[in-house]
Design a protein around this ligand. Structure first.
Ligand code: 13P
Length: 351
């Protein structure tokens, strides 16, 4: 294992003021997103949309890496330049989603386990030749009545550890993603309990497979009440929607309880938070002062929502406008990684 290479790449991913653009929606997820804005989800439309994202001028000021999907890492710009090469030229690290999706967990109705270990060594070797420097694997944990089960947390954590070991063997940084879904009516305390249990098990399993945490980036969700939790005035720790400071405080508390000191960094997913919430919460955490790990972003929807909408209105005419929206949201989140964002700045939105 080339630990120096892994450390260097991982540090680059969470370099000061930088975060990651998740553009690795599977064709199924892409279908849902495109449908919501009335664009047919053809291979050419997916390619043209991704080209709009990746060729935004100056993206490298805020974005250290982009996660691509199997189809996307094989695609090219209109001019015939491979997407991975476009990113490399800008000094942005190409990443790749390598799991093959969350499937029903046997004997556990309502729970999922992520698949994709079979043949992963060979797939990683190919992705490396295509330019991938880091890889993502997403595990899904659902909070519900009597959920998650210990079996679900264990199976997912173990699979993530095996994937992470294969990545490190290949010289590719694993971006280990246990996502605790925001769906449900649970309160923030319940999310705290499940988040800490999941993270604890994840790092136990990583250690069990001898994965070097210095060459790992954790991608996870914030500690936050479920979307359907009944609103209580001003947010409350016992029920209702969470307040901004509460999310920041509880997320940091969960990390301090479970993350190893040597971990290179954390990049959050947005998971259904609004664009502004995702930025505000990240900012609130980084505004608390010195933390043991860089806390950054690896947002999909919270970076792309306005971009996709603008692009879809007129895919040929709106490229520059869509790119301006991407640069703006990227900049806001870059400022949030430094605790320098304020909601006042949203007035400068170019969309
Ligand atoms: P969201 O930020 O839209 O949750 O997507 C991030 C991601 O990559 C989920 O795997």
């Amino acid at each position: 294992m080339d630990i120096e290479l892994l450390k260097k790449t991982a540090k680059q991913m969470v370099a000061p003021g930088k975060g990651i653009l998740a553009a690795d929606e599977s064709s199924g997820t892409c279908q849902k997103r495109f449908e919501s804005v009335g664009v047919p989800c053809t291979e050419e439309n997916r390619r043209a949309y991704r080209e709009t994202l990746l060729t935004a001028d100056g993206l490298e000021q805020y974005i250290s890496g982009v996660i691509l999907y199997d189809e996307t890492i094989r695609q090219e710009t209109n001019e015939g330049e491979a997407f991975a090469a476009v990113l490399e030229k800008k000094g942005i690290l190409p990443g790749i989603k390598v799991d093959t999706g969350a499937k029903e967990l046997a004997l556990h109705p309502g729970e999922k386990v992520t698949e994709g270990l079979d043949g992963l060594r060979e797939r990683l070797a190919e992705y490396k030749t295509l330019g991938a420097r880091f890889a993502k694997w997403r595990a899904v944990i659902t909070i519900g009545k009597d959920l998650p089960s210990p079996a679900c947390i264990h199976a997912n954590a173990h699979a993530m550890a095996r994937y992470a070991a294969l990545c490190q063997e290949a010289g590719i940084v694993p971006m280990v993603e246990p996502e605790i879904l925001i769906d449900g009516d649970h309160n923030i305390e319940r999310c705290y309990e499940i988040s800490t249990a999941t993270l604890k098990k994840t790092f136990e399993e990583l250690a069990g497979q001898d994965v070097a945490v210095e060459g790992v980036i954790l991608k996870t969700s914030m500690v936050i009440a479920g979307k359907q939790a009944k609103s209580a005035e001003g947010g409350s720790s016992s029920g209702g929607q969470s307040g901004m400071e509460e999310v920041a405080k509880e997320t940091i508390r969960a990390f301090k309880e479970t993350l190893p000191a040597g971990l290179t960094g954390v990049a959050f997913l947005s998971g259904g938070q609004t664009d502004e919430q995702a930025t505000e919460h990240l900012n609130a955490m980084n505004a608390t002062g010195k933390l043991p790990w860089p806390l950054s972003f690896s947002y999909g929807r919270a970076l792309q929502n306005p971009v996709l909408k603008i692009w879809a209105e007129s895919p040929n005419a709106n490229i520059a406008k869509a790119q301006a929206a991407l640069l703006f949201r990227s900049k806001m989140n870059s400022l949030a990684t430094q605790g320098r964002y304020s909601s006042e700045m949203e007035k400068e939105r170019p969309y």
